[in-house]
Design a protein around this ligand. Structure first.
Ligand SMILES: [Zn+2]
Length: 75
């Protein structure tokens, strides 16, 4: 069993010949790579559910800003 940098055991994924290993995901808080099974980020300590909600809120804010800019420029 391999151990990740945070000291926790790395999750085991079944190895299937010809299939690529599972892709890592990026932490919405700090951008570091995480295992797809992670519930919290070992790098910044943030909970992924909370960070994802913040990211979606920021995206919605940016989209509404874009919509109002497009309105101002008459597009
Ligand atoms: Zn993080």
């Amino acid at each position: 069993m391999t151990t990740a940098r945070d000291g926790l055991p790395a999750p085991a994924f079944p190895r299937v010949k010809g299939r690529l290993p599972p892709q890592l995901m990026r932490c919405p808080g700090c951008g570091q790579h995480l295992y797809p099974t992670a519930a919290s980020c070992p790098h910044c300590g943030g909970k992924l559910a909370v960070l994802r909600r913040k990211q979606l809120k920021a995206l919605a804010k940016a989209e509404s800003a874009l919509a109002s800019l497009q309105k101002l420029f008459g597009e």
